[in-house]
Design a protein around this ligand. Structure first.
Ligand code: ADP
Length: 359
């Protein structure tokens, strides 16, 4: 299958700063791919190069199998068949909603433009706002019109740069749900930039995690969450507990017990990474005495409760204790000082070489 969008070996400098390093990326028709990574890792640069808003320095950009940019030249953004929803591609304030959407249809036959624009506004649930001006709309409504404008010409590729960052949390949830369903009714390929892992998991068929201008790991949301390749990737998807370990006979020996791990040398120091939801709390009755902790604090966060623990209990002679965070479903608010048993869910516990947790 020919990729809808492909970047191959894209390297980009701003002066001496290397923003992208040999970046390879592809998006298939109908797929939503999210570029996820910390601020400054090169996500927007990759998107802007795909759009043609940034001059390509090295590498190749292809759309639907056609090279649109390489070292010999590049097609302008308007000739690439891409729809853009970028922060700096806001609606034209002096144009009505309808005229904003019509703007994207400049090349269409005159008699079809109005009908198409009206239909797109209907699809984003903005019928009745045709003659309204952008400043009269809420942030969510503006975002819907921007999406209608970008989708109106029927682009093969949609490029979205932090499209919901201007919206408050509840509106964001609603708009991104609408956008996901709308995109999935088109055969358009979508590349979206976000620094929010939950947003990436919500939207993406595939997530590409970036760091320092390079891809660290790419895969489905479930692959990245359940099998992160290092502590950086694991840490992007949730808070983590870090526990030191030492390899003995194929097991990472830690204060919390032994965890099987392959590919490490005997005696190697390892970073054992435990997601807060991997700590299962229970009553002390019937549990092994080596698995007890005391509750420091407990807070209800909504769908889950966060329990701060001091491990182990009783306090060892050297006084050394771990501060751990356990995230448990629903309401669980034990009193500070209460002793609980702690069990590890190994599917949410990962062993990495020591240095990978240091960025
Ligand atoms: P992200 O989208 O992941 O936050 P960017 O692609 O915006 O990252 O930026 C990558 C790096 O390039 C950052 O260090 C940023 O400061 C730098 N950068 C981005 N745009 C420019 C520019 N126009 N001039 C100089 N440096 C830039």
């Amino acid at each position: 299958m020919v990729s809808a969008l492909e970047l191959r070996g894209v390297t980009h400098y701003y002066g001496a700063l290397k923003a992208l390093s040999e970046l390879d990326l592809s998006v298939e028709p109908g797929q939503v791919v999210c570029l996820l990574g910390p601020s400054g890792c090169g996500k927007s640069t990759a998107l802007r190069i795909a759009a043609g808003l940034e001059v390509l320095q090295d590498g190749v950009v292809s759309i639907a199998g056609d090279v649109v940019a390489d070292r010999s030249g590049q097609a302008p953004p308007e000739d690439r068949g891409v729809g853009l929803v970028f922060q700096d591609y806001a609606l034209f304030p002096h144009l009505s909603v309808l005229d904003n959407v019509l703007f994207g249809l400049g090349n269409w036959p005159r008699n079809e433009r109005r009908e198409r624009a009206t239909r797109m506004l209907e699809r984003v649930d903005m019928t009745g706002y045709e003659n309204t001006f952008p400043h009269e709309l809420s942030g969510g409504q503006q975002q819907r019109v921007a999406l209608a404008r970008a989708l109106a010409p029927g682009p093969g590729v949609m490029l979205l740069d932090e499209p919901y960052s201007g919206l408050d949390a509840r509106l964001r949830d609603q708009v991104r749900d609408e956008v996901l369903h709308l995109l999935k009714t088109t055969s358009c390929a979508t590349l979206m930039v976000t620094h929010d892992s939950e947003e990436a998991m919500f939207m993406a068929d595939r997530i590409v995690v970036m760091r320092h201008g390079q891809v660290v790991q790419a895969g489905s949301p479930a692959e990245l969450y359940c099998s992160p390749r290092d502590a950086f990737v694991a840490g992007f998807f949730s808070e983590l507990n870090h526990v030191d370990g030492t390899m003995r006979d194929g097991m990472a020996v830690t204060e919390l017990g032994e965890i099987a791990a392959e590919g490490f040398a005997e005696g190697e120091a390892v970073d054992v990474v435990i997601r807060p939801e991997a700590l299962k709390l229970g009553p002390t009755k019937g549990a092994s005495a080596s698995q007890f902790a005391t509750v420091v604090e407990a807070r209800l966060l909504g769908r889950t409760s966060l329990v701060h623990l001091s491990y182990p209990w009783p306090v060892p002679d050297d006084g050394h204790r771990l501060h751990l965070h356990a995230r448990v479903p629903g309401v669980m608010l034990p009193e500070p000082g209460q002793v609980v048993s702690v069990d590890l869910d190994l599917s949410q516990t990962f062993v990495f070489p020591k240095q990978t947790s240091v960025d």
